[in-house]
Design a protein around this ligand. Sequence first.
Ligand SMILES: [Zn+2]
Length: 675
Amino acid sequence: MKRELSVPGIAYGGDYNPEQWPEEVWAEDMRLMREAGVTMVSVGIFSWALLEPKEGAYDFSLLDRVLELLHTHGIAADLATPTAAPPAWFFRAHPEALPVDKDGRGLSYGSRQTFCPSSPAYREAALRMAGEIARRYAGHPAVAMWHVHNEYGCHNAECYCDESAAAFRRWLRRRYADDLTALNDAWGTRFWSQWYYDWDEIIPPRPTGAVPNPTHQLDWRRFCSDELLSLYEAEREVLLEAAPDIPATTNFMAMFNFDALDYWRWAPKLDIVSNDHYLQSADPESQIDLALSGDLVRSLAGGPWLLMEHSTGAVNWQPVNRAKGPGELRRNALAHVARGADGIAYFQWRAAKAGAEQWHSAMLPHAGTDSQIWRDVVRLGADLRALAEVRGSVGTAEVAIVWDWNARWAMELPSQPSGELRFHDLVRSWYEPLWRAGVAVDFVRPDADLSAYRLVLAPSLYLVDDEGAANLTGFAERGGTLAVGFHSGAVDENCHVRLGGYPGAFREALGVRTDELFPLLPGESVGLSDGGAGTLWSERVRLAGAESVTAYTSGPLRGVPAVTRNAHGTGVTWYLATLPDPDTLAALMDRIRAEAGVEPVRGTPEGVEAVLRRGPEADYLFLINHTDRPAHVAVASDATELLTGRPVPGAVSVAAGETAVVREPRRVAGWEDIS
Ligand SMILES: [Zn+2]
C-alpha cells in the first residue's frame, strides 16, 4: 500500500536546520516561511549529535519546540531519521563501524555518511534512533512524512572492510542459492585461476595486480545497492510500526554524477518517491539534464513525485559553482513540476554561516531578504499556489528509453573495447534531440510493459538478460519501433559475451551481424554518407536482412553500414552502430519517430520547452522559454494561463526566460462530432 502526502496542492519548502541558529531566529524563520508560502519543511536530517548527546541518553527538547512552532504556523514537517551522520561518540565506541575505502584506507569521522553500511553496531544504533523518533512523533500533528536517512550512498556506497566482505559473501550465498559452483560458473573463474573452493575465499574486488573479474565487480555493485536498501527497509519498518499511516520517502539522487543505487529496486519500497537534483555549472544546457532526471524520477515513481532538494543558486561542491541567471530558479522549479513533481523543496531554508555547506545557496541567502533569490523564492511560492490543481496529474509518453543500472555498471567496468563509453552521456545524447523537439519520454526497465509506447529506444544496453531482450524485440515483432545503440545486447546478466556475432541479443531482430568492433579514439570521427560524422564507435556490420540507411565514408570501414533499418515482425528495428554528431542524430531521431507516428507535445519555437501533464478534467501545458526572445504558442480557444490567471484564447505569449502554464479543458470524446 502506498501512503499519500496530506499536504495540499504543490508542496513548497526546503531543509530546515534551526539547530544551526539561536532560537530567537526561529520566529523570523516562521514569519518569512509564511511570506514565501512554504507549506512543508524537512527537519532533523543531521541532528543526531544533538538529539542523542551520549549513547542511550536522548534530548528531544529542541525537536519538540521546532515541531510545535511549525505546527502553530501551519507548516508540515517531513521529519527525518538523522541516521546519515552518526555522532563522534558513536565512532569512539565503535571504531569498527568506520568504513574502509577501496584502497584499504580507513576513513575517519568528522563529516557525514562515514559509516560502514554493513556494520551491525551502526544498524543497531540507527534503528534505535529511528525507533525513538517514530514513537515520540508518530502522533504529532505537524508530521506529514518520514524522511528516511539522507541521500543513501552519496559518500559511502562502497565499503571494503572485513565486515562488508562477510556481508557480501552472505549476499552471494543467497544470490547463488548456496551453490559455489553456480557462482564460479557465473563469474567465469576458470579464467586466471580464480576458482573458489570455499565461500570464505571470496572478498570484495579490492585493488589487485591486474583487472579484477568483471562479474565479481558487477555483483559487488549489486550487493552495495542492496545493502543500503536493506538499511532503508529496516528503518522504514520501525517507522511504520509506530505510525502505519504516515508515508515514508528517502531522497534519491537521479542525476548526472550518481550511479551507486539501482533505483528500480528501491522505488517500489517508497510510499512517495523523492529526488535531489542539482545543475552542473560546466554544462551550458543543464536544463536538459534536469528534464532527463525529472522524466526518470517520474518513471521510477510511476506518477507524481517530490523534488526534495534543488538549489536556489550556486552549490558548493563543483570546481566552480555558478549562480543562476535571471528567471532560472523559476524555470528550473516549474520544469520539475512539468515533469511530475508535486512538491518543490530546496537545500536549504536559511544559508549557513558555518559548516561544510556555508557556500551553498539557500532560500534565504546570506544577503537576507533584500536579494534577488529571496524575491524569486517568494514569487515561486505564489506560482506554486496558483498551480495547486495540477497536483496528481500525470504526463503521458509514446516514447520510452530503456534505462538499466546493471547495464550502466557493466559497461563502465575496466577492460572494455572502449573506456570512453559513459551510459549517462549516451542516453543523454539520444534524449537531447527529443527534448529539443518537445517529445514526451518515459524511462523503462528492459522487462517493462511496453504496450503503451510506439517507439522504444535502447541507446546503451550493453548488458541485458534473455527476458529483457525478448521483451524489447517482442515489442518490435508486434508492431512497435525499436532503436538500439551500439554495444548493446553484448553480454548477459553474468557479463558473459553472447556468441555468434554482435550485437548479441539484438542481432536477429536488427537483421545485422557484426564480426569485429572498431571503437574510435577520443576526438576521432568517421565520415557518414548522409554528410554527418560518427564518433566514439564503429563496427563492421554485415546486413542480414536489414537495409543500410547510412554508411561510413572514411576509415577502415568505408562503405560498411553505420545505421540500419529492418522490418521485424509487424514492426521496425533500427541499429545505430556509431554515435552520429548531434545534428545528424537529431535528423535521424526525427525520421525514426516520424515513421513511428510520434508527435511533439506541441509545436514551439526552438528553445521553448513544452511539457504536458494530463488531469481528469484538463491538460496542463508547461511552456518554458529558455531563449532571450519572447515566444508565441498556439493553445486551445478556451485556455487559461494559471500563473497569471488570465484567459489566453487560442495563443499564449511567453516572455524571454519566462514560463507559462496553460490550462486547456479536456475535450469530451467525440466532441467534434457533436458540434
Ligand atoms: Zn564495511
